[in-house]
Write a new protein. Sequence first.
Length: 444
Amino acid sequence: MTKNLNINDLVRADGGVQDRRIYWDEDVYQMELERVFARSWLFLAQDSLIPEKGDFLTTFMGQDRVIVTRGEDGQVKAFLNACSHRGNIICRADSGNAKNFVCNYHGWAYGSDGRVSDIPLQDEIYPKSFDRSAMDLRQVRVESYRGFIFGTFDDSAPSLSDYLGEMGWYFDTFMDVPGGSELLGPPTKVRVKANWKFFAENFVGDFYHAGWTHAAAIKVIGGPLMGILGNQATPQGAMQFGTKYGHGFNAAPGTDEVFPHIHQGHIAEMWEDWVRQRTPVLKERLGDERATLYNAIWDGSMFPNTSFLRGIDTWKVWQPRGPREVEVWTWTLVERDMPEELKQGIRHTNEKTFGVAGILEGDDGENMEGNTQTAEGFITRDQPLNAEMGIGWEQLDSDVFPSMMSEPGDNEAAQRNFLRMWRTMMTSDSWDEIMASRSKEHKK
């Protein structure tokens, strides 16, 4: 255990060196639940997953169980999935449609707004002074961006739009397309014995591993990724981005004739035709820069624990289950206006690459478990980790993009930015402090 915890001693100020204990210790993890997960905007759902009145799903915010439901007024609400009486799980279903939720312990019932709707025998067995309204379930602050629904427990947090900041500009590349985007569910779920941050960092900006870790899979998949096989070259034209609140991604753009992706056969042809037709639409709608990013393969993360891939078209949440285990939830990301055949083909690609038994997911899972479990050794745990690749190459004065960027794509600028955001949240007592610190760092 880490005694007399001082986070500033565990991550160097520039994020380039880390103490392995941030990926191992229970004390650090418990502090994360309080200072990161209880204060950040976390992904809850997408409109397509709860389209009708009464639709609900259950999920987690950190390790807090929550119910997300669309009420009779069409508004989305979220609240704790733990009975106010004796603490039991109220709803054990992954999803469904319901007007109310009833705890199976004593029959306490809650409406779709989280308020107590019935307490059996209340008048007979509770005193007149009993305050029933105090038993309503703790509410989550809910906001939506382009149909993607997020929640936070912190009323002092900035708005979701402000929290996304520059990342919203980048998200629009695939979220603000005509018809919008949607997620195909339900999510696949698998547990990996690894710290959640290793996965989020990997997705936020680690192109470097792809040509080596995934070499065998790339030989099978073929296509544009063959150019990085065995780390023989950096991805041509690739860029890395980091935003004020720790979000970031890599992007390797294509050309008028090259469409980066990992689809195969007929679905690859359909994908390329779709991108070829949509790129001019995006150019007119969002401008040249985002039209270029639209025809690109991305790997990215939204701080703290949501990740995505474009050109592979996966959307993931790293649900922490302690400092050394994570539950990986995976949906398929598609555009709503795509033909159904293309959507299902993309789902198939996602499942065979980044699903539970995906050929790429397995590679990453093995690495992340290795990264985590080596810290079991007393001497090993005392050796620092390094993320100094590309340090000093970051640019904040781009005339083209709204955030910090760095080249080439093989870089760790976005990881360092992610870790600096983590360090800031872990050491700051308020969102005012967090916002002041991060705004100063990212001031152009």
